[in-house]
Design a binder for this molecule. Sequence first.
Ligand SMILES: *Cc1c(COP(=O)(O)O)cnc(C)c1O
Length: 388
Amino acid sequence: MKTEPISKPYDWLDRNLASIHKANWYRSTQTITSKAGTIATIDGREMLIFASNNYLGLAGDRRLIEAAISATQIYGTGATGSRLVTGHLALHDQLEQAIADLKTTEAALVFSSGYLANLGAISAIVGARDLILGDAYNHSCLKKGGLLSGAQAIDYLHLDIADLAAKLQEHRAKYRRCLITTDSVFSMDGDLAPLRAIMGLADRYDCMVLVDEAHGTGVFGDRGGGLTNALGIEQELIQVGTLSKALGSLGGYVAGSAKLIDYLRNRAATWIYTTALSPADTAAAIAAINLVKTEPERRQQLWQNVEFLKQGLQDLGIQAIACDSPIIAIEFGDIELTMQIAQHLRHNGIFAPAIRPPTVPTARIRLTLMATHTTSQIQTLLQSLANV
Ligand SMILES: *Cc1c(COP(=O)(O)O)cnc(C)c1O
């Protein structure tokens, strides 16, 4: 029998790439050849970085580097297996205790990334008979976690407590469990979730709450415990976060009650069926948490930098979406104009990217500050913005 040849099954890739280009949505990588810090060599050129998540400057810190080297010498480079088989090291216990202490929770569990922590936690705690109400601007992994769980996922308007209340009133009773999900510090706009009000509604409507502290941990709170800690929230909740931002390493975590963590060890597929965090990453994260707790001056410097940039932008008459965190996003206009401004900054040796749809609804320049930025580096940024 003669079969029809399958003609060019990958041709659609060309067509799709062409439409991505046409919408000005095309993205590509830039190559960095230097150590993490406020200055980086990008594609061979020295640039001042206002785009890093390395808020406390820990990713290049000697003590994290030494911890990673020493753990590698003791344990080797790979964890060699999943946590339930050969991958569970004494270091993982130490890190999980350090996270639980930082977060003032009973327990914590580390995942290979923050993305996987959210996918694993959400899909383990809700299912087909359940409801998820999520902030419309939640990070991709909260949304994908919802899809993976099979629960009915409904977005409420960004930061809008009245809308959340209305949606709870309308839908809650039809479902078994309900999970409210939100970033604590929104990754693209840098604004803050109304966590107290959310906790109040969760009490009233019998909901669990999952807060993603990816950009809050190390940055907010006296000891760097995150926004939840800074607000003194004491009700039970599920905290998720990353080791890769202020903590300067790689990996993610869930922190909460001992029974939640025990349950996740038995039900979170992205934890069970994947290799444990590497010794180097684990040890670097332990060292970072120690510094987050013992060197509050880093956090103070970071907040002074936020204040300095905020004042400078005000003096220039530039309105940011929010100045409540080290993430400061500015909308200048359409995609093309925003790209031109990013280009202009880049021309002046400043790396502050344009963030575009589909990541965000409207194009903006997203600036992030680090504790290790100097006043003169921030002044250089402000001068460049003044010239736009
Ligand atoms: C970066 C980020 C994540 C993902 O963390 P990784 O460890 O990089 O996978 C999750 N949630 C939010 C809000 C983030 O900004």
